[in-house]
Design a protein around this ligand. Sequence first.
Ligand code: NAD
Ligand code: MG
Length: 388
Amino acid sequence: MKHGVAILGATGSIGKSALDVIERHPERFRVVALTAHSSVAALMALCARFRPDFAVIADPAHERALRDGLAAARLPTQGLGGPAALATAATAPGADTVIAAIVGAAGLVPTLAAARAGRRILLANKEAIVCAGGLLMDAVGVGEAQLLPLDSEHSAIHQCLAGAVGARGGVRRLILTASGGPFRTRADLTDVTPEQACAHPNWVMGRKISVDSATLMNKGLEVIEANWLFGFAPSNIDVVVHPQSVVHSMVEFVDGSVLAQLGTPDMRTPVAYALGFPDRVASGSDTLDFLALGALTFEAPDRERFPCLGLAYDALRAGPAACIWLNAANEVAVDAFLARRLPFLGIAQVIEETLQQAPLQAPRSIDDVLQNDAMARRKAGALIVRSA
Ligand code: NAD
Ligand code: MG
């Protein structure tokens, strides 16, 4: 039987990798639903290529254009608009698999809906688990859903732990690798431009995660993600910089043995691993040429030049509300940096100052999470205006 797949954030970088893998296995997968934020043209092109049952444009201003376009193209796809329709796509009948590839906290509500509906969730949207890890893991349990990571580091750990999310036995620590980003060797970060920050040495990704990689916040968010997915305390999750991005992460066991997962830097590999799990399916990625690689190197992250990594550890230790505030402040600050309203070094400053105002009380419902998110966005926004 074919797996029906819903892709939230289909027009993005992860969406593209996912559709590439899916297209290689027409006997295994069928696209049931696709969503995008505001690009009707890009979503329409995907609808023509994959003929899904549902297409959702999150920005309601574009719903009419989507419906008209689908009708004019005589496609069998029902067009829907607005953020609430993302959950409709995430729970679409016939979709047993949901690829959560929206960027930011905007992906949280549909990802939770997929969990409650018992879907197999392939999670790229790390901001969702950073903001609501407890609620998401609970929903996965109650809905009897399955959660598989798409982030390359967490996919590597999942593979090293022989496929078990939440399996701690015998493990001493998780070692997340980080490329170090485009500024690993740049001393002065004062005049960094958005173009420079988005030019990642090893990966082609969306703009937000590219900036996160440049500040090392991406690794910080991944530490929080690993904490929820695999159940390790922050003191058992280490980060090591590995500029070649070939070792995607490692697990050290109590006997001193270390398992690593290696591969070319190509997101189609973790996508294919999760789509096929427990089978292995082809991803289209190149074979790893060890002789061309020559050497693999490792170094400590520079926590002074990249304070965002430490801020993420601090937030994880402080609790779930602080993680929401960290994420929201980061989203607002990165947006402002990309719009040239905040210097690169201002990103960490805004997050640090916003975090100081985070409440201690843990959110108990999705409404609590969204309220914390909104409050933190307001604080961070005000700090940016004040600093301008
Ligand atoms: P992207 O910017 O390329 O794509 C984002 C997608 O989300 C697009 O389809 C966009 O239309 C949609 N979207 C954006 N804002 C939205 C909103 N408010 N409502 C609904 N839809 C919205 O981003 P990406 O690089 O594909 O990253 C997606 C997620 O995957 C992020 O959480 C990122 O951290 C994670 N991730 C990405 C990579 C990568 O290689 N790109 C690797 C690991 C994890
Ligand atoms: Mg990653």
